[in-house]
Design a protein around this ligand. Sequence first.
Ligand code: NAD
Ligand code: IPM
Ligand code: MN
Length: 352
Amino acid sequence: MKIAVLPGDGIGPEVTGEAIAVLESLALPGLTLFQGDVGGVAYKRHGHPLPEETLAMARAADAVLFGAVGDPSCDALERHLRPEQAILGLRKHLGLFANLRPARVFAGLEHLSPLRADIATGLDLLIVRELTGDVYFGAKGQRVTDTGEREGWDAMSYAEGEVRRIAHVAFRAAAAAGLPLTSVDKANVLETSQLWRDVVVEVAAEYPGVALDHMYVDNAAMQVVSHPDRFGVVLTGNLFGDILSDLASAAVGSIGLLPSASLGERQTAYGTFGLFEPIHGSAPDIAGQGKANPMATILSAAMMLRHSFGLEAEAARIENAVALALGDGVLGGDLGGSHGTAAIGEAVRERL
Ligand code: NAD
Ligand code: IPM
Ligand code: MN
């Protein structure tokens, strides 16, 4: 079972370090870890944020554990050399079109949410975010208009096949869990969203047991924090999913708690090939200070065991250990506590 570990920039190495320690403490037979450079670190060492050898290592692995990329000192580089291109490139090159971002308030941990406890208690949703299309991957540029003004532009589009395959992922997840499905779009304004909605309705015919509704993204943002219990599975595009998942993390308590799985169609000998990463970024404001909460990355490692290695019991063990630690007041600065990265990692391992 080969895992490519790509720690990346900022707090990436700190949080992946704790996730690796958790994996190692499970002493799973046959697990081999490889480490590669990615992001700003890779640009500085190799002249490219996603070096060929890193991509090759990811391809050769059964799963990728990813930290974060992003470095303010690289923000003025040409776009194709910026650290963020590494994660976008990995998603695209590896065909990882399905991004699962579960957000839930653990029972008894409602107090971690900034929402009123009676509202927070209903927050348990799965965001299924399309990950390799949308305005993220369309043509883009800057130009000068006829009147001499500078203009930035980005093309948003979805082909029906792209919508159909992610819709199937969401419907299957909803059907398996017996949950309702909400498709989030902006069909009142965008043609891309109108096609999205039409295709989702077509796919729905194959899942008569799943209750489907459609919601505009602005309303969805409002409902996630006012009536989170309305949501089971949320199906949405790349841009809206990016925004709604940060919002959902804040409603849980912190962005330092939310994991993700990015999956495609490739099957390995052990499960579905995937890339697993926290939803947060490199957090340059706290990098190198030992303050980052590693729980999102630890929970991402749990998702990796579940999806890529079929190790459900071990995944649940990690998730329970994290919930126990939180319940015991092991809180990072992001949750108003004073535990550092290493102390949180250690507390989780003690509870495994
Ligand atoms: P961010 O997620 O890095 O940080 C937002 C805020 O949350 C900051 O105040 C940060 O300190 C805090 N935070 C994030 N993770 C935390 C953790 N584990 N523990 C405690 N606090 C945490 O978002 P940003 O500041 O907008 O972006 C910083 C850089 O990261 C940018 O270069 C951005 O492009 C990049 N980014 C990368 C990814 C990724 O690699 N997948 C995701 C998001 C942002
Ligand atoms: C995320 C990040 C990335 C995204 C950036 C770093 C490209 O915000 O994984 O949520 O927008 O997808
Ligand atoms: Mn994001």
